[in-house]
Design a protein around this ligand. Structure first.
Ligand code: DX5
Ligand code: ZN
Length: 215
């Protein structure tokens, strides 16, 4: 499988964001972690930052919304320059998540869903035919630099099975604690997109690290 790398700019230097986005030009996506202080116990970046970074790279912006009621915000993130917008299934009712995915598609962008560690694989089933990406969290969302939860691998394998059977073009992404040691576990479990914050930005040679993470 062709493995894609989506470095998380949560690990970048926010005072030098343009430079740090150019440093990951060997990657496939730019992963943008949006946090609202309600859905997760942290606040990170929002619409003005997405708008400002859009012209600095040709890479697609993979925007991970860790916010309550994403249905109220997805159109504005699309307008700000997101290419892929992912919403947590835990962040609203099933009906409103369907509506959020519909609004993202109406903007001509790719839509995805995200599962927190305690959310079972089966939670993707109501949405699997409406998404271009499924993201499985391998840490509790909210902070970079946490320890990888290897016990999420059976869930990744189950969702890989669902994707192959029901929507084979869908990307399967993992996020949290992905480094040179844990990336092979994710790939062997069926993930094809790896988010990596610390593992990319702490590297001496970032292009070499991105290549190494692909396996
Ligand atoms: C966690 C974020 C992740 C995080 C990953 O809430 O969704 O994208 O930045 O960082 P690392 O790779 O350092 O665990
Ligand atoms: Zn993320």
């Amino acid at each position: 499988m062709n493995i894609k790398i989506s470095p998380s700019i949560l690990a970048a230097d926010f005072a030098n964001l343009q430079r740090d986005i150019q440093r990951i030009s060997a990657a496939d996506y730019v992963h943008v972690d949006v946090m609202d202080g309600h859905f997760v116990p942290n606040i990170s970046i929002g619409l003005p930052v997405v708008e400002s970074i859009r012209p600095t790279t040709d890479l697609p912006l993979d925007v991970h919304l860790m916010i309550e009621r994403p249905v109220l915000w997805v159109e504005r993130f699309c307008d700000a320059g997101a290419d892929i917008v992912t919403c947590h299934v835990e962040a609203d009712t099933e009906e409103n998540i369907h509506e959020a995915l519909r609004l993202i598609h109406a903007k001509g962008k790719k839509a995805g869903i995200v599962l927190k560690p305690k959310t079972p694989a089966s939670a993707v089933l109501p949405f699997i035919n409406e998404v271009e990406m499924i993201l499985v969290m391998t840490v509790e969302p909210g902070f970079g630099g946490q320890k990888f939860m290897a016990d999420m691998m059976p869930k990744v394998q189950t969702i890989r099975g669902y994707i192959d059977a029901m929507n084979p073009a869908c990307d399967l992404e993992v996020d949290g604690g992905v480094d040179l040691n844990t990336a092979p576990l994710c790939i062997n479990s069926g993930a094809n997109v790896l988010v990596a914050g610390s593992a990319v930005y702490k590297a001496e040679d970032i292009p070499q690290r991105i290549a190494a993470l692909r396996g």
